[in-house]
Every structure is written in structure tokens, then in C-alpha cells.
Design a binder for this molecule. Structure first.
Ligand SMILES: [Cu+2]
Length: 143
């Protein structure tokens, strides 16, 4: 058991070094930039089809791949406990949804129960800005 833990620790340390070595250039975010969920409200009780409206202050929305200063595109993190690494492209899966078309409102279908929602802006390459532009994490109950 102790041995397994040591191996795990070494693996984690090695992975950390690898990630650092592969660090990608980041796009800086202007001071005071912020992203927030307009709707639903924190603590809201909703149906299974949830319309999420994205708010952005101090920056503009641009589709993925568009190189324009002080812009980015939205990513919705669903039930994500640990925000993704800030020096790597944001993963793309059911829990990390990309809106590379520049969408500012979307509809998601969620299973009944409690869910958390959080927004994270990404640059043209899907990498979080420096510093990351991330919203508060809200909790909703889907009935
Ligand atoms: Cu993206």
C-alpha cells in the first residue's frame, strides 16, 4: 500500500514537470475582466432543459480561432470540481462544453438532481487567459 502511494506520488510529480515543460503561450486578460452566469440564478430549481445565459464584462466574445485582443469564447463547466489547468487547452467533453461559435446563450439537458455550473473563458486556442476569467460556481436543482 505504501509502495503504491510512493509510485503514485512520483507519477504525479513527473506529470507536473511534464505539464510545466509543455507550457503553452497564454493570452493576457485585461484588468477587471469577468464572466458570470446571468441565468439560471444560484440555487434555482429548473426543469431538465436549462437555458444558460453567459455574461461577460470588460472583454468581448469572438469565435474560436479568431485572433482579436481582449476576446475569448465561453466554456461551460458542468459538475466540475477542479477547474482545468490554466496553461493547457480546456478539455472538450460532456462536462467541459465549448462554444467556439461565439454563443452567449445555450440550452443544456441535465439529469434530475443537483448540478453545478461554472463559466471559463478561453482564448482562440481554448486556453484560459492569464489570469483565468472564470465565473462563480453556481448550484442548481433539476427536477
Ligand atoms: Cu474552446
Amino acid at each position: 500500500m505504501g509502495c503504491m502511494r510512493t509510485v503514485l506520488m512520483i507519477t504525479i510529480l513527473a506529470f507536473g514537470a511534464l505539464v510545466q515543460a509543455a507550457e503553452l503561450p497564454r493570452t493576457s486578460a485585461p484588468e477587471g475582466a469577468g464572466v458570470y452566469i446571468i441565468s439560471p440564478a444560484d440555487g434555482a430549481v429548473t426543469g431538465r432543459e436549462v437555458t444558460v445565459q453567459f455574461g461577460l464584462a470588460g472583454m468581448g466574445v469572438a469565435p474560436a480561432g479568431v485572433d482579436k485582443p481582449n476576446t475569448g469564447h465561453h466554456h461551460l463547466l458542468i459538475d466540475v470540481d477542479q477547474p482545468p489547468a490554466s496553461n493547457q487547452p480546456i478539455p472538450a467533453d460532456d462536462q467541459h462544453r465549448h462554444f467556439g461559435g461565439g454563443q452567449t446563450e445555450i440550452m443544456v439537458e441535465l439529469e434530475p438532481g443537483q448540478h453545478t455550473l461554472q463559466l471559463l473563458l478561453g482564448d482562440m486556442n481554448h486556453i484560459p487567459h492569464d489570469p483565468p476569467v472564470m465565473s462563480e460556481r453556481i448550484t442548481i436543482t433539476v427536477e
